[in-house]
Design a protein around this ligand. Structure first.
Ligand SMILES: [Zn+2]
Length: 83
């Protein structure tokens, strides 16, 4: 089964539906078991909707995604019970 770090790393690809079936299944299974990752997933999915609505005619700046990922890392570093 995928662990939290792997799941979070693959979230973006997962949302783009670009993962092999096997990896998608592993991540889906992990999301079913892990509230922390499920919340991150929900947040990420919602965020992408907001971004796509705001940037209908524009590319998403790469720096924005990097900053969002930084926020996730800070969140998860602060919660040492994971893993
Ligand atoms: Zn997890």
């Amino acid at each position: 089964m995928a662990d939290c770090n792997e799941t979070l790393r693959e979230l973006e690809t997962f949302l783009d539906s670009e993962l092999p079936d096997e990896t998608r299944a592993a991540i889906q299974a992990h999301l079913g078991d892990c509230v922390d990752c499920l919340q991150a997933f929900d947040f990420y999915a919602e965020l992408r909707v907001v971004i796509s609505e705001k940037c209908r005619n524009e590319e998403i700046p790469p720096g924005l995604i990097a900053r969002i990922e930084l926020c996730f890392n800070e969140d998860f570093d602060g919660d040492s019970k994971i893993g």
